[in-house]
Write a protein that binds this ligand. Structure first.
Ligand SMILES: Nc1ncnc2c1ncn2[C@@H]1O[C@H](COP(=O)(O)OP(=O)(O)OP(=O)(O)O)[C@@H](O)[C@H]1O
Ligand SMILES: [Mg+2]
Length: 228
């Protein structure tokens, strides 16, 4: 089954902005893909629709076979909690709360008791090699470490799909490289990942590229070399 399927999806905003103009896109289990394109071309809009944070103006979005348009807001939240993890450019961690609690929040809507949330959070932090920073709060972590906490939070619920909007955009080159290595490792263990990036080097290293321009997918390529 495809993880994500978009058919003839459009998104318009009040004031006559046509952010997406008819997008068809499928993402299969285990893919690692880059979404590239100029500023304002619709990349974040596309990611928000894939992630069910927003609904299309027209067309259909399916997540793990479920038609998003047929679900109520609460059903949609449940679907999102079960299937999708998010990573953002600016981390979106809760200040004043340590790494374990930030990651445990990734299970808040999954009905997992607090004690188990914390146990699983510790394991997820070890997975991103932050087992030595469990009780650090965001202001005590480097940018790269913050992003790894955010990745652990996205992964702790074992989502089918990890969505990352410019995950290295706020990081220096070295920290960005560590974050991308981590995403490659997760892909190698079977996680499906979609990354928005304007970094050509990062995009070139990913097995599939989608180029967006003026709200449309203008190319969709799989590269044999990068996939190996
Ligand atoms: N909530 C909104 N209301 C109105 N217009 C919006 C809204 N969100 C986005 N847009 C417009 O939709 C278009 C696509 O925006 P989007 O954020 O998807 O671009 P992007 O490709 O992610 O750009 P960037 O690389 O700068 O992040 C832009 O023209 C933007 O101004
Ligand atoms: Mg954007």
């Amino acid at each position: 089954m495809t993880v994500i399927e978009l058919r003839a999806v459009t998104k318009s905003y009040p004031g006559g902005v046509h952010a997406l103009r008819g997008v068809d896109l499928s993402i299969d289990p285990g893919e690692l893909l880059a979404v590239v394109g100029p500023s304002g071309s619709g990349k974040s809009t596309l990611l928000n629709l894939i992630g069910t944070l927003d609904r299309p103006t027209s067309g259909t979005v399916r997540v793990a076979g479920h038609d998003v348009g047929a679900l109520s807001d609460s059903q949609l939240s449940a679907l999102r909690a079960r299937h999708i993890g998010f990573v953002f450019q600016h981390f979106h961690l809760s200040p004043g709360r340590d790494a374990v609690d930030n990651v445990a929040d990734g299970l808040l809507y999954a009905g997992v008791p607090l004690k188990e949330r914390r146990v699983r959070a510790r394991l997820a932090l070890e997975q991103v090699r932050l087992g030595h920073r469990l009780s650090h709060r965001p202001h005590e972590l480097s940018g790269g470490e913050k992003q790894r906490v955010a990745i652990a939070r996205a992964l702790v619920g074992e989502p089918d799909l990890l969505l990352a909007d410019e995950p290295t955009g706020a990081l220096d080159t070295a920290s960005g490289r560590i974050v991308m290595e981590l995403l490659h490792e997760l892909h190698a263990t079977g996680t499906t990942i979609c990354v928005i990036t304007h970094d050509q080097e990062i995009a070139a290293a990913l097995p599939r590229h989608i180029r967006v321009r003026d709200g449309a997918v203008v190319s969709d390529r799989r590269s044999v070399e990068a996939a190996s």
